[in-house]
Write a new protein. Sequence first.
Length: 294
Amino acid sequence: MTSTTEEFPAALDTEAVGRLHDPSVRGFASDNYSGVHPEILAALAAANGGHQVSYGEDQYTERLQEVMEEHFGAGIECFPVFNGTGANVLSLQSLLPRWGAVICASTAHINMDENGAPERIGGIKLLQVPTSDGKLTPELIDREAWGWGDEHRAQPLAVSITQTTELGTCYTPEEIRAIADHIHAKGMKLHMDGARLANAAAHLGVPLRTFTRDAGVDILSFGGTKNGLLFGEVVVALNPEAAHGLKFLRKMNMQLASKMRFISVQFVALLESGLWLRSAEHANAMASRLRAAV
């Protein structure tokens, strides 16, 4: 049997690694430029000891379900995934049959920045609506909400909105409820791309549930990477009856993490202590400061 020093290499020279970049430099092009919040790194380190059952049968993923229910209410279902594109594709696939289509703003991330993944990987037709501010309204949705029963047209069966939007605007709970009521009456379902969900809650000053589940959203892509996490998002089926096959679609879409505890523990740390809101409030304040300065 080899010794510990023979089994593992010498400790990483953190000073040498640190010299690969200048930590004092700030880039304002994207919130993805930032590092990992120290509290998240600490949570990852704490979860790293010993063994846990793989593929989501671990204690951290079980705790994540409980924490999410504290924010969104009982009866939801959570599916941690690797990234935002995966979360969006997975969410939309679960809402639609093969012939289904999704109405979205022309500026939506699923249309502009996911390299055709919803259409190429998800097999989902996107029906784009031009908007002046990145936000959809019932009236704008109706431009593409037609043609049901027409075999020559992809059937508009879902709407996707982004909170906050790609243009930095934010839906109010009342605006989301108006959309949800309008499309539910037509037999359609509502997906929310919440890559910056925490920033929206901080701006609105309301709990996460107020403008998601309580406003009629059926399924949510809950973003973590842009709020201090190393990686990871969570698909949250707020209305599980509207979403089908998430367990199987996650695997098919190559979004099933074997060591899922390392995604789940980040969200537990983010949501248990209020870190999600503190970080979002700080980010919003710094964005306002930058806007004022330029």
